[in-house]
Design a protein around this ligand. Sequence first.
Ligand code: SF4
Length: 397
Amino acid sequence: MLDRQFEALVAAASEPDVPGGDDAAVESSSPDRQTSGVESSSPDGQTDGITFDGLRVVRTAAGFDFETPETTASGLDRAELRDHAADSPYVTNWYFWEWAVQAHDSPRRAFCRKLEGASDHTHDVPARYDALSDGLVTEWGQLRIEARLGDHGSRVYEVRHVADADADAAALDSHDDPLDARQIAKTDETGRYRPLKTAPSLARGWLFDDLDWRGVAQTVESFYPATVANWYREQRGELDVDHWRDTVTRMTGIYGVVRTWDRGEGYEHVNWVAEACCDDSQCLKRREWQYDDETDLDVDGGDGQFPCREPCSVVVTAARKWTRLEGEQPQTYEFELTPSEKEQLEAVIDAVADDRTDEIREADVDDGANRYRARFLRAKLFDDEGNLAGVPTNADD
Ligand code: SF4
C-alpha cells in the first residue's frame, strides 16, 4: 500500500466530504454518496466513513474501526490502522474504485466493474484479485477484453479480436490510442467498407494493451459505438426503445418513402427486414425494437450482449430500397426448369444470403452454388441480354 493510499483511507474514514485524489476522474455530475465510499458525518460527530465492496473503515472517538469479511478491529490508532490496511486487497480495491476512478453512475465505471465481475458480485475482493492476477476475460461482440491487476491495486486492460485469443502479442499490431479502433473498424479483413459497425466482420490482427479504465471503455466504444451506454441503460431499466413505427413515422426527405411501405395491413414486411438484417449472423446487437409498442415481431431478436434500441441507418437505407421494390406489381413468368435447376437457384440464393460463396470449393460440384454449376446454368439458360430462359423482364421488351 502506498503512503498516498493510506492517507486517502484516513481522510475518507475521517472527513464528511472529501474531494478526489490527485488522479481522480469524476465523470458524474451527481455522485451517489451511498456508493461513493465517502459518506457524511452523523449528528454525534462520528463519521460514517467508508463502506465499499466488503470494506468498512470509520473514525470514532476511540480511534478507527477497520472491518472486512475476514477481520474486525476497533479503537485503532493510525499505526495500527496502517498495519491492518497494509496488505489488505480491500483497501487498494477501495482506493482504485472510490478514490481514483470515482465516476459514479457512469456507463464506463459500470462496464469496468462488469469486466471483473464486481457489478453482480460474482467474486468477492480476494477472489477477484486472484482472478485478475491470472487475467479475467470478457467477450463483447468480437472483442476479447482482459482485465488484469496492475501495481498497488490499479487495473490494466487489453483488447484484441476474439479470434486472436491465442495469438502471440508480438505478432499483432499494437495500438495505444483508443481512437485507432475507429480506423480498424472501418473495413473488414478483405478491405471492404463496413457500414454496420456491429456486423460480425471485424478484422483481426491488432492489439490494444496496457489501457487504463478510461482507455478500455473508450476503445470498446470506438469499435462498437453506444453499446456500453445502451447496455448500461438496459441494466438500469432505462433503455428507451424506438420501435419501427416510431422510426418510420419520423422519416422525412428521401427516407420518407419508407412510410408508404407501412400503410398496408400487417407487419410481415418488418419481419422480413428484421430477418434479413438483424439476425445474429448479420449483427451482434440484440434487437429490442418491435413493430410498435403493442406488436412484437415474429422474428427472434437474437442473443447479443448489447441491445439495439432502434432501426439503424443500414436497415433504414435497405428498407428504402425494399419500399420501392415491393411497390412493383407481381407478374407471371413462364420458365421451364428441371427440378435440379430449381433447387440450384434456391441454393444460390441461400449461399449469397448466408455469405457462403467464398467457402464453396471449386471442386464441390455437388453444391448448387458452386461457381462452375452457376456458370453452366447461366450458359444454358440465359440469352445474350441476360434474360433467364430468354424471357424478358417486361413483356414489352
Ligand atoms: S437495426 Fe438490426 S442491423 Fe441495425 S444495429 Fe439494430 S439489430 Fe443491428
